[in-house]
Every structure is written in structure tokens, then in C-alpha cells.
Design a binder for this molecule. Sequence first.
Ligand code: AN7
Length: 352
Amino acid sequence: MYKGLIEKYKRFLPISDKTEIVSLLEGNTPLIKANNLKKILNVNFDIYLKYEGLNPTGSFKDRGMSMALTKAKEEGAKSVICASTGNTSASAAAYSARAGLKCIVLIPDGNIAFGKLSQALIHNAKVIAINGNFDDALKIVREISEKLNIVLVNSINPYRIEGQKTASFEIIEDLGDAPDYNFIPVGNAGNISAYWKGYKEYRKNNLSTKLPKMMGFEAAGAAPIVLGEPIEKPETIATAIKIGNPASWKSAEEARDESGGVIDVVTDEEILSAYRMLAKYEGIFCEPASSTSLAGLIKYINKKDFEIEKNTKVVCILTGHGLKDPDNAIKNSDEIIKIKADIKEIEKIINF
Ligand code: AN7
């Protein structure tokens, strides 16, 4: 029986035999080969989608939160706190409930997807919406956590990165080796740093023979790393990555530089186009921020001065589930056909 990622990867994680593990059996997510996209994009390499939306609360954050709450509990904490664009708060709330700890979350008012908000609330977190953005919220929780001695569970917490690096282990195990390229969304930049750490650890232990190029993508209106300076008022439809001053900025640049990869931007239009393609051609529903990885891949397929070699393996990380954000799904689909309950009328419309 699968017992969660801490149990599975404990020799790579900072826990002891006595540690009481806080888990909802996160991880072990599928790596789905995208043959329809391969055909449509007319490429001669293989595309794989790491569907992290299938974690217990619907995003990759669960990997890190399992570790963060395990350690918070071990260290005797009574409560945890985080700032969030939504998924971190959903995950922190669920894992705190599991661990029996109190959870406080700060969110930017009106700027998080409804599904995520409902999760934080139903798991009984204290939800505080501020009239500021994610960066403002992160600044406040950093201060509060120090002042009031509450454990911070944003990805500045090193245990978060430890948990999240296990996604790379799974990819290597599924492919039999590391991929050649790893496309991934970048927001607060913790995840790209975590993946890179995971790939390096397996390489070092001879569990893989190579390292992927890390290809990170920010939304064009929220691209501080690409611009080289913090952005006061980030803007993007992909609210999960609407971040102007990422906490793991430096380690994301290290991942890029050490791997020979890039950090680049994709526009909201490119993000939404990839979002619809995943749903329409592969049957995979992820949230807009997640499709940043595929949008990045498409951008680089079309780039004149860039070539992904034949027969290589490309992985796109799909970080969160589409059901988190039903509003955007409906906005980006055909309209519902509304007519009276009459067979003849309906036949006219179906008429293939
Ligand atoms: C679906 O929940 O920052 O670069 O507060 O929810 O590690 O920040 C979410 C980030 C990508 C970016 N995809 O990852 C939060 C938060 C989804 C996300 C990212 C997020 P990082």
C-alpha cells in the first residue's frame, strides 16, 4: 500500500524513525504521455505531463505541506501561518486539520480562485483577506511568524522544498532516467528550486544519468525574474502566479543557470490557449497557472533560434487542478445552449 511521499522517500528527507508523519497520501501522481499534443504540435520528441492536480487538495503544494506540517508538529508547534495566492492556503489548511494544528492564512482580497478559498474555509483555517497583493501578505506573515513564534509554511520554510523535490524522483522513476527538459510555471519560485534539488540528488546518488534543462515560465504581467527587478503591481489572469517579488528568486536563477535552461515569460493569451488545448486534446483539466508550462513549451517549439532535439523527453509540470477555478473554465469555453425541453429542437442542434 502506498503510504505517502515521506514514507517512500524518507532516506532523502530530514526525518527520523520517531517522526510522526502528517500525510494525506500525497504524491505518486501520474506522468501522462501526451500523444495527441505531440501530433498537433508536430514535434519529434515525447511530451509528458506531470499531473500534480491529482494531489489530495488538488495541487503540488501538498508535497511540501506534508513535510512542513510533519516537522511543525514534531517541533511542538501549535499553529502555522502562510500568505497565499490560494493553493498554499488550501493545502496548509488541510494538513493543519490533519495534524491537529491551528492554521492562519493571509490572502489578497478578491484575487484568489473560488475553489481554493472554499478549501481554506472548510478546513477551518482562519482566513484573513488583506487589501494588498500576495507580496504584501508574505511580508506581513514573515514578520508575524517571528514576532508571535508561529511556524511559517510558505516555501521559505526549507521543509516545503524538501517535500516538493520528490516530484523529480517520481519522474525519474517513471521515465527510467531524468527527462531532457523540465518545463514549469514560476510564481514564488519555490517549486522550480525544489525540482532542481530533486534532480540533482538523484543524479548524485546515481539514480539517474543526466540532468534536465530547467525551463521556467512567469506570466508576462508578473515576471520579476525576467525583468530583473520586483514588480509593484503584478497582473495576470493566472492568479496563482500573480507574484511580483518571489521569495526563492536566487535559487530559481541557480536552477536556470546550473541546468543551462531559461526563465522566460508567456502572455495570458498563450497561457489560456495552452489551458484550453490540454482540456480539449488530452482530457486534462488544470488551472490556468499550470498551463504556463505547456505555453512555454509551445513558445520554444516556435522559436527560430531554439531546437529541442529529436527523440528527447520533455516534461511539463501541471501544478494544480482545473476545478480550483471553475470561473475561468466557463469563461474560456463555448456558451451553454439553452432551449426548451423538446426533442425536435434538440435534434436540430445536435445535427452532426
Ligand atoms: C497552480 O499558493 O504561491 O513558483 O500561495 O498555485 O513554487 O510559487 C502558488 C503558486 C504554480 C507557482 N502553479 O509555484 C500560493 C502560491 C500553481 C500555483 C505556482 C503556484 P512557485
